[in-house]
Design a protein around this ligand. Structure first.
Ligand SMILES: [Zn+2]
Ligand SMILES: [Zn+2]
Ligand SMILES: [Zn+2]
Length: 139
């Protein structure tokens, strides 16, 4: 009986492991002190924040195929839906603007300097330098 149980566990273990790896979704984490954004499936290490002391990571939600730009702090994230608004490094909540799908072209705004990848020219609304973005296709 014991042997059967062990054999059964050995057969099932790879399935559980596989399930875990596909189930773990990357999230965007941003440090509210130094503004760094990284994609990870767990809270990143807090050591050595560029702004001094330890990073203060804020979970911004699941990574996805849409570009969002905060018009207050300038952060750009690739998210599946509007990112979490808590913890804008510029105080209060983020002010997310949807810039379109991610793609193979790189665009930079001549005014605010953010660079994003898109399948076509990103939305021009809400440039953080005021007015509309002025997109320049880099490749
Ligand atoms: Zn930091
Ligand atoms: Zn912000
Ligand atoms: Zn801009």
């Amino acid at each position: 009986m014991k042997t059967i149980l062990i054999t059964l566990m050995l057969i099932l273990t790879p399935f559980f492991t596989m399930d875990n790896s596909t189930g773990a979704k990357n999230k965007n984490y941003q440090c509210t002190k130094c503004k760094t954004v990284i994609q990870s499936d767990h809270t990143p290490s807090s050591y050595n924040c560029r702004a001094g002391g330890t990073h203060n990571w804020q979970d911004l939600g699941a990574v996805g195929n849409e570009n969002y730009n905060c018009t207050k702090c300038g952060t750009v994230v690739q998210s599946e839906k509007t990112p979490v608004s808590y913890g804008c490094p510029e105080k209060g909540t983020h002010n997310w603007s949807h810039l379109g799908h991610i793609g193979n072209n790189t665009y930079q705004c001549k005014k605010c300097g953010i660079t994003i990848t898109g399948d076509r020219t990103p939305s021009s609304y809400n440039c953080m330098s005021g007015g509309t973005h002025q997109w320049n296709k880099l490749n």
